[in-house]
Design a protein around this ligand. Structure first.
Ligand code: ADP
Length: 500
C-alpha cells in the first residue's frame, strides 16, 4: 500500500478522500488556498500546506506547484478528487514523470475519453452503442447543417472538449442551427480553449443511467451496477440513486457488460464511470468520466465496496479480489446534492458565513460534507457544500429516510437547495420512479414557492431567534453572519419543540 498521499482538492471530496486514506493507514497531506485555512479538509489531514490565494487558477489548479510540493514533503501519490485537475491528461502525465503515483487511470486513457468525439470513435469500434450522430467535429456551419439534416431534428450540438454542460445547444429547427453552432463554438472556445463542435441526436425523454466500473493494473475490470441520475437542472445532476427504479436484472447485466467492454477498450485502471442515456429499453454511450464521481456513495451503500479505498489499493498495484459474480446489490440508496443555491430564485448562488449547522445522523444516513459553522461560502468554488446520502431496504424506505434526514438538516447563513430536495421526495412521479432528464421541465412547480415554503418562512423566523440564542451561548466561535438566516426544512411552524 502507498504510504502517503497529497490530496489536490478541497471541500467534501477532499474530506472523503482523507477519511479513506486514514482507514488505509496512509499519511494525508492537504493543500489549501488562503481563505480555506481552517476548512474541514485542512483539519482532517495530517499535514496541510497553503498553495496560494482564493482564485482556483492561483491555487488548486497549479499543477506544477502541487507536484513540486508533493516532492518536497515526500508524498508518494497525488489524488486529484473530481473537478480541478482530475481529468487533465497533462497533469496525470506530469505526476508520473515526477516519479509520483497518480490516483487514476493513465494519461492516455484520460486524453482519449476527455475528447468526446475520440471517445465516441473508440466506443463505436469496441461495439458499444453510442448516441446516433457524428464521431468527428464539423468544420463549419454548412457542414453542421447538412449533418443535422441527416441526423434529423432535434439535434444537440456538443463541444468535443466539453464538460459541465458547456458548449451544448439543443436545436429544434433548421433555421436556428447556424446561430446555435456559432454560439456553441464560441462558448467551447472560451471554456476549453477548443471550439470544436459535433452533433448528435437529441433524445426526447431519456433517463441518465451510468455504470460504475473498477479496474486494476492487471487487466481485471468489474462493474458495480448502475446509478440513475435523471433529476438534473441544465444538464447538471441534483438527485442520484442506486439501483435505477426502471432497470430489469437483464438490462443491468447488459449495460454492465457493455460498460466493462468500454473500460477494457481503454485499458481502464481505477474507479471510473460510463454514462449512458437510456430510452425505452435502449441505451447509448454518452461519455466516460475517468475519476471518482460526486455520486459514488450511492454505489458504496448498495454494494458495500469502498470505492476510494479501492482507488488507493489499485494505485498500490493490488489485484481486485472480487469477480463480477461476487458483487451483489442490497437495498436502495439516494443522494441529494446540497448546494449553496436558492432553488426559488432559479438556483442563484448564495454566499455568506455558515452561522449554524445541524447535520442529520442515525441509521442509514451518510453526510459527506465540506462545511463547518463559521466557514465562509464564497463564489470562488463549486457550490456543492455536502451530499446527503441514505440507504434503506427498499426505494420507498430510502425515500422515507431521506425525508426524515432532510427534516433534520439545518444550515443557517446561506441559502441551500435542501428545501427543493424535500419537495422532490414528496412528489408523486418521483415516488413512482417515473423519471427522465426532463423531470424539472415537467415539474416547474418545484421551483415555485408553495404553502409548505410559507411554513418554512415561519420556521425561519423561529430558527433565527433560536440561532441568536445559540450564538450568544457559544459566542466566541462564530463571527460575522449575515446572509439568509436559515436554509433547511422543518415541517411545522414551531420547529424547535422545547429544545430551546
Ligand atoms: P457534459 O460532459 O457537458 O456534462 P454530457 O455528455 O455528460 O455532457 O451530458 C450531460 C447531460 O446532457 C446528460 O445527462 C443529459 O441530460 C443531456 N444530454 C446529453 N446528450 C444528450 C442527447 N443526445 N440527448 C438528450 N440529452 C442529452
Amino acid at each position: 500500500m502507498i504510504s502517503s498521499v497529497l490530496i489536490a482538492n478541497r471541500g467534501e471530496i477532499a474530506v472523503r478522500i482523507a477519511r479513506a486514506a486514514r482507514e488505509c493507514g496512509i499519511r494525508t497531506i492537504a493543500v489549501y488556498s488562503e481563505p480555506d485555512r481552517l476548512a474541514p479538509h485542512v483539519l482532517e489531514a495530517d499535514e496541510a500546506y497553503c498553495i496560494g490565494p482564493a482564485s482556483s487558477s492561483q491555487s488548486y489548479l497549479r499543477g506544477d506547484a502541487l507536484i513540486e510540493l508533493a516532492q518536497r514533503v515526500n508524498a508518494e501519490a497525488i489524488h486529484p478528487g473530481y473537478g480541478f485537475l482530475a481529468e487533465r491528461a497533462d497533469f496525470a502525465a506530469a505526476v508520473e514523470t515526477a516519479g509520483l503515483v497518480f490516483i487514476g487511470p493513465t494519461a492516455d486513457t484520460i486524453a482519449a475519453m476527455g475528447d468526446k468525439t475520440e471517445a465516441r470513435r473508440r466506443m463505436a469500434k469496441a461495439g458499444v452503442p453510442i448516441v446516433p450522430g457524428l464521431t468527428e467535429a464539423v468544420a463549419d456551419a454548412d457542414e453542421a447543417e447538412s449533418a443535422a439534416i441527416e441526423i434529423g431534428f432535434p439535434v444537440l450540438l456538443k463541444a468535443s472538449a466539453g464538460g459541465g454542460g458547456k458548449g451544448m445547444r439543443v436545436v429544434e429547427r433548421p433555421e436556428d442551427l447556424r446561430r446555435a453552432f456559432e454560439a456553441a463554438s464560441r462558448e467551447a472556445l472560451a471554456a476549453f480553449g477548443d471550439g470544436a463542435v459535433y452533433l448528435e441526436r437529441y433524445l426526447a425523454r431519456p433517463r441518465h443511467i451510468e455504470i460504475q466500473v473498477l479496474g486494476d493494473a492487471h487487466g481485471n475490470v468489474v462493474h458495480l451496477a448502475e446509478r440513475e441520475c435523471s433529476i438534473q437542472r441544465r444538464h447538471q445532476k441534483l438527485v442520484e440513486e442506486a439501483p435505477s427504479p426502471v432497470l430489469t436484472a437483464e438490462e443491468r447485466a447488459a449495460m454492465g457488460e457493455t460498460a466493462v467492454r468500454a473500460a477494457e477498450a481503454v485499458a481502464y485502471r481505477g474507479a471510473g464511470t460510463i454514462e449512458f442515456l437510456y430510452e425505452e429499453g435502449e441505451f447509448f454511450f454518452l461519455e466516460m468520466n475517468t475519476r471518482i464521481q460526486v455520486e459514488h456513495p450511492v454505489t458504496e451503500f448498495v454494494t458495500g465496496v469502498d470505492l476510494v479505498e479501492w482507488q488507493f489499493r489499485v494505485a498500490s498495484g493490488e489485484i481486485l479480489p472480487f469477480a463480477q459474480d461476487d458483487i451483489e446489490l442490497s437495498g436502495h440508496s439516494i443522494e441529494c446534492r446540497i448546494t449553496s443555491e436558492d432553488h426559488l430564485g432559479g438556483f442563484l448562488p448564495s454566499t455568506g458565513v455558515i452561522t449554524h449547522l445541524e447535520v442529520p445522523t442515525g441509521p442509514g444516513v451518510r453526510w459527506d460534507g465540506g462545511i463547518v459553522e463559521g466557514g465562509e461560502v464564497s463564489l470562488h468554488y463549486d457550490p456543492l457544500l455536502a451530499k446527503l446520502v441514505v440507504h434503506g431496504a427498499t426505494r420507498e424506505a430510502a425515500i422515507r429516510r431521506m425525508r426524515r434526514a432532510l427534516d433534520e438538516l439545518v444550515i443557517a447563513g446561506v441559502e441551500t437547495c435542501a428545501p427543493f430536495h424535500r419537495r422532490v421526495m414528496d412528489e408523486e412521479e418521483f415516488q413512482a420512479g417515473d423519471l427522465s432528464i426532463r423531470y424539472l421541465d415537467d415539474h416547474p412547480e418545484l421551483l415555485e414557492p408553495d404553502d409548505a415554503e410559507h411554513e418554512l418562512i415561519a420556521a425561519t423566523v423561529a430558527a433565527a431567534l433560536l440561532e441568536d440564542e445559540h450564538r450568544k451561548r457559544r459566542a466566541p466561535r462564530i463571527e460575522g453572519g449575515g446572509g439568509a438566516p436559515l436554509s433547511g426544512w422543518r415541517r411545522t411552524a414551531r420547529p424547535w419543540g422545547d429544545r430551546g
